[in-house]
Design a protein around this ligand. Structure first.
Ligand code: PHE
Length: 341
């Protein structure tokens, strides 16, 4: 009997099973009502009295061993992911759809503008949103007390030295000229701040893309061609632009640029105030005073700059008639914009 028990013990220890049925068959073989262990306990009666104590102990150990081995095998099956508890899952059922987010329309338009200028060999420059007076105003030829500073209502930051939230991305022009020698060919997309009453057409926070080119022999014709090329890429091959004389302290001459929007529908009359044209940006030839502020020789180098409002262009592209929608983050509004490039 001792030998038999030892044999069974070895078999149990090494037993491997792959399926639930195999484990169940093994359980019945050892622990079932007509199983091996039941049989051994029946034979126990015939064991000599002086051996009963030892044999009883061995039999109990055998039963414990069989029970724990079966538990082990079942647990291993479950953790493989093919155990009993997964049997009822229907893997052929369709999944439920995930609500994935979408890019913000301002980001979509900004990325598209960046791509178009990348193709024209512009690289991307960045600058801080909290800016000092020199980079935002003074170096860009805004004299102290000059009324041009009133064109832009500024949010000042409570720090010594006239620190403010930048009112335009032209501050990045200053940062680039400070750190780079010509030839310069950059765009600077970013967020700007102005202390304006919030309405359907104005917000205290919005985005611009600035452009700056400085090299030998850069002319106004280069500026026009760059902007026309941009308009065709963005609005379509039939896009037309017109330049109107304007004023900025840091460019001379300066212009504002309109794109032709058309007058097909009643809404077109409203959006363009009956002209068919819509203003999208300000631009001009970099003023020699600005070049001098950054030790760039105006007799050798010339350049042009432009700055466009991204929300304005996004409103045109997506026919959104209220600027505030871009900042309310209503999911029903945001979900409508898909990447189109
Ligand atoms: N910074 C000007 C604005 O915010 C736009 C501009 C940029 C004009 C570059 C000329 C040249 O209105």
């Amino acid at each position: 009997m001792r030998n038999k028990i030892a044999e069974h013990l070895n078999e149990i220890k090494d037993y491997q099973a792959k399926t639930a049925q195999e484990i169940e068959a093994f359980r019945i073989k050892y622990l079932g009502s007509k199983g091996i262990i039941k049989g051994l306990f029946a034979d126990f009666k015939t064991v000599a009295n002086e051996e009963k104590r030892e044999m009883g102990q061995l039999l109990n150990d055998l039963r414990a061993m069989a029970t724990s081995r079966i538990d082990e095998l079942k647990a291993a099956q479950d953790s493989d992911g093919i155990g009993e508890k997964f049997r009822d899952i229907d893997l052929t059922r369709p999944g439920f759809p995930f609500e994935t987010g979408s890019r913000h329309p301002v980001s979509l338009v900004m990325n598209e503008i960046i791509q178009i200028f990348n193709k024209m060999a512009f690289s991307v420059a960045e600058g801080p949103e909290v800016e000092d007076d020199w980079h935002n105003f003074t170096s860009l030829n805004f004299p102290e007390e000059h009324p041009a500073r009133d064109m832009q209502d500024t949010f000042f930051v409570d720090l010594p030295g006239s620190i403010a939230l930048r009112t335009h991305t032209s501050s990045v022009q200053a940062r680039v000229m400070e750190n780079q020698k010509p030839p310069i060919r950059v765009i600077a997309p970013g967020r700007v701040y102005r202390n304006e009453a919030i309405s359907a057409r104005a917000h205290c926070i919005f985005h611009q893309v600035e452009g700056l080119v400085i090299d030998e022999n850069v002319s106004f014709a280069d500026l026009k061609l760059t902007l026309l090329n941009f308009a065709k890429e963005f609005f379509g091959e039939e896009a037309r632009i017109r330049l109107r004389p304007s004023y900025f302290p840091f460019t001379e001459p300066s212009a504002e640029v309109d794109v032709y929007w058309g007058l097909k529908t009643e809404a077109d009359y409203r959006i363009t105030k009956g002209t068919g044209w819509l203003e999208i940006l300000g631009c001009g030839m970099v003023d020699p005073n600005v070049l001098k502020n950054f030790d760039i020789d105006p007799d050798k180098y010339s350049g042009f700059a432009f700055g466009m409002g991204i929300e304005r262009i996004a409103m045109l592209k997506y026919q959104v008639d209220d600027l505030r929608l871009f900042y309310e983050n209503d999911a029903r509004f945001l979900k409508q914009f898909k990447e189109t490039y």
